[in-house]
Design a binder for this molecule. Structure first.
Ligand code: SAM
Length: 193
């Protein structure tokens, strides 16, 4: 499906020639469009590989800051108590005292999945956009290198596909798993009963 985060709309640039091999590997893995030489036109949306991370950003002088996945920003060890109060944790009945298998059918930038994994769930993140999945993969790899996040990252696995297709293929005999699709939960929260 084509959307604003399609590979064609977000060519992959790299900020240093030493990153070219990694960038081309990413492009191959996720079907991204490598933009070898071309400097991006002002106002265009690009994926950019830097020495620190993979990020999505608008180019041009007044562009907002880049978007990237940073699981470290949640400071989750300090926030274990408040994570349990997050809507997504309450919706899944997860209080940090039991394990759960969850399939996040609309992973996005992974915040909900991270909250659940931080509370002990094993989460499969399904994201249909290769651009967003590449950002998630990069964030997970960086989290795996941080001592306090490695165990949480290890409970999160990525799948780049349309979840509706995946769910149709699920065997009715598959083990117990909870499914979340956060736009639906958020909508349900907004609407009075
Ligand atoms: C609102 S975001 C999800 C927010 C995310 N749960 C979080 O915590 O950051 C929606 C994401 O779901 C993805 N998405 C929507 N429908 C999908 C589908 N059928 N299969 C897989 N991903 C889907 C979109 O590409 C987008 O990245």
């Amino acid at each position: 499906m084509k959307n604003s985060f399609s590979s064609e709309n977000c060519p992959l640039h790299w900020t240093d020639p030493s990153l070219e091999e990694k960038a081309r590997g990413l492009a191959k893995a996720y079907g991204l469009t490598p933009a070898a030489d071309a400097a991006p036109a002002a106002g265009s949306l690009i994926l950019e590989l830097t020495p620190k991370r993979l990020q999505l950003r608008l180019t041009g002088p007044h562009a907002p800051g880049a978007v990237y996945v940073d699981f470290g920003k949640f400071g989750y060890r300090r926030r274990q108590g408040s994570l349990k109060k997050e809507a997504i944790a309450r919706a899944c009945g997860l209080k940090g005292d039991r394990t759960l298998e969850v399939l996040d059918a609309t992973a996005g930038l992974g915040k909900d999945a991270f909250i659940l994994a931080a509370l002990g769930a094993r989460v499969t993140l399904v994201e249909r956009s290769p651009v967003i999945t590449a950002l998630l993969d990069d964030g997970l790899q960086r989290a795996a290198e941080l001592a306090d996040l490695a165990a949480v990252a290890a409970r999160m696995s990525l799948c780049c596909t349309d979840s509706t297709t995946l769910l149709r293929q699920q065997s009715p005999h598959a083990g117990p798993m909870s499914y979340i699709s956060t736009p639906c939960i958020r909508k349900a929260e907004r609407e009075p009963r």
